[in-house]
Design a protein around this ligand. Structure first.
Ligand code: AMP
Ligand code: GLY
Length: 439
């Protein structure tokens, strides 16, 4: 199959690595728009005929032309920005038979507007935090004061639109929550104030074809920069799967009570959802509740989930894009455990460092590590030296018969990879490995 993947992170590296692993059964020609040095080892950077420059993720017209020139059969979109920009609509407008794995712009609103997502959840009767939509600072203040009087210990304020992971604050006092709201209440934008929920969080991806939702293996990610979930939010510092602490019934429950009703509601709206519906979930004392929806694979959870997947991803994405998921046999999974440690560059997430020389990758790979690239680049003309080129630099993965083994291996491998100012969390999957997560 001729497959084009759009995106430049470790998530897209994981998607392409998964497609490469299928090659013993299905032969693919793999192309990427974006990419990084790790990805370019396994997929060809997309360039238009008679053009030396690699295509950019934002160049939708160029991407359409490329799919025509190279007779691409399936397109898989990694990040949310091109989805929100309408890449799926544009590809379909040009060629209605092209298989595109991702939602239309209208369906991608489940991620690009938190207010829209809440409306869908309200209509579909899905359990989630209570929320108040506010257009002014006075409205926010009133809701926050009421929540304080009712004894709330934390105050959750969310920007309505995409904010690159920075739109949500969980503040310990009203003043901090209010000042976050003020930042986002500009240009007639709105914010949501939410009821504060507590409990372990997990991520569940559903493969969707507009009507049916097939759950993948649940995973957990770690969003804060420092151990014990301290410090600012990041794009994700690590992940593991499967989740032994999650009751077996949770995935079926979430499919029947969250994903399927969302798909029905989206269909009713005239905006059927195709692609990955990513539910950020919390196991609260009163049951599983939705924290948020995203409309694409999550990063860094995808790295562990796809490493465990045995069913060919190309088949899953093809059937989803065709609206034929009823033809998909039950997914098969590895019985092993997987752990991913993210290495970030100095000063992340406030800023990031570029050009720091990265060493030790081949030594770690020789021991069994799977290393997926994100913010890396080559310096120099020909051979070049691998250096950092962004905040999240690498995902370092290991597998094991149990989580503790996978985790120990992942940390051993991660310590073998070095660069100036490298940061990693020391407690990825620690509580789960020690059986300390209770629900
Ligand atoms: P989001 O971008 O909506 O996933 O929010 C980022 C993080 O903020 C989540 O992973 C949660 O840890 C936290 N969070 C969001 N909403 C709530 C809520 N209503 N109650 C408690 N924590 C929340
Ligand atoms: N892991 C969270 C995200 O991809 O947004």
């Amino acid at each position: 199959m001729r497959i084009l993947v759009v995106g430049s992170g470790a998530r897209e590296h994981a998607v392409l690595r998964t497609l490469v692993k299928e090659r013993s059964r299905i032969m693919h020609d793999l192309f990427v728009v974006g990419g990084n040095p790790g990805i370019w080892e396994i997929a060809e950077a997309a360039r238009l005929d008679a053009d030396d420059c690699a295509l950019a993720e934002s160049d939708i017209q160029g991407i359409i032309k490329f799919t025509q020139q190279k007779k691409i059969e399936l397109v898989i979109i990694g990040p949310e920005a091109p989805l929100d920009a309408g890449i799926v609509d544009a590809l379909h407008a040009q060629n209605s038979s092209l298989l595109v794995f991702g939602p239309t712009k209208a369906a991608a609103k489940l991620e690009s507007s938190k207010i829209f997502a809440k409306e869908i959840m309200r209509s579909a009767n899905i359990s989630t935090a209570k929320a108040w939509e506010c257009s002014t600072v006075e409205e926010v203040k009133k809701v926050l004061n009421e929540l304080e009087q009712m004894g709330s210990s934390h105050f959750v304020v969310k920007a309505d639109d995409l904010a690159a992971g920075k739109g949500v604050v969980v503040a310990q006092n009203v003043a901090d929550a209010l000042s976050h709201a003020e930042k986002y209440l500009v240009d007639e934008k709105k914010v949501l104030v939410e009821e504060y929920m507590q409990g372990p969080e997990f991520s569940l991806f559903f493969i969707c074809d507009g009507q049916r939702a097939i759950p993948l293996m649940p995973a957990q990610d770690f969003k804060r920069i420092f151990d014990n979930d301290e410090g600012p939010n990041t794009g994700g510092m690590g992940s593991y799967a499967p989740l032994d602490w999650l009751p077996n019934s949770a995935v079926n429950w979430a499919t029947d009570n969250i994903a399927t009703p969302v798909l029905n509601e989206m269909k009713k709206h005239g905006t059927p959802f195709v692609g990955v519906l990513f539910a950020g979930l919390m196991y609260t004392r009163t049951g599983i509740k939705v924290i948020e929806f995203n409309v694409r694979f999550g990063d860094p959870e995808t790295q562990v989930v796809l490493e465990a997947l045995k069913t060919p991803l190309s088949k899953i994405a093809t059937l989803a894009a065709k609206g034929e998921l009823e033809k998909l046999e039950e997914l098969t999974w590895s019985s092993e455990h997987f752990c991913n440690i993210v290495l970030t560059s100095a000063h992340y997430p406030e800023s990031s460092s570029k050009g720091d020389v990265i060493k030790g990758i081949s030594q770690a790979e020789a021991k069994g590590a799977v290393i997926l690239h994100a913010g890396t680049a080559f310096t120099g003309a020909d051979v070049g030296q691998l250096v950092t080129n962004g905040g999240r630099v690498l995902s370092v993965l290991a597998r094991g018969k149990d989580l503790k083994t996978a985790r120990d291996r992942a940390y051993n491998y991660a310590r073998m990879v070095t660069f100036q100012g490298a940061q990693m969390r020391g407690d990825i999957a620690l509580r789960a490995a020690n059986d300390q997560i209770s629900i």
